[in-house]
Design a protein. Sequence first.
Length: 132
Amino acid sequence: MKHRHERLGFFNIRLAQRIGDVGLSRGQVAKHAGLTYEHVRKLLSGDCLPSDSSLLKLCRVLGLSRPDMKQRLARDRMIFKFGDAAWDYWGVNPRVGELHILFSILNKEEREFVRCWIISFGEAKRKTQEKP
């Protein structure tokens, strides 16, 4: 059986976060939004992006900001179409693109924790490399 990785994007990571926040299942979201379970599954895995009408339904059901989610979709479309060139355009190293996406859903305290952890990790690595 082939192992499948989901495509990480600004839209699907925020959608998944919000579904968890409100405590709904994929099936419940699909039912309330008038979408199929399979469509919601594909949206969450990054296999597809929603139409404007599907986006509106999801935002209403989940209490999401439509302008924010449209902006996330625009970024994802650029990344999916142009790959590393999109990251370069935004001045983000493509090697940290996924981290950039994940940072978009963290609050201020969580971002600071991760930043401190990365700094500590880097300092520990540097110290072990300096030892004779």
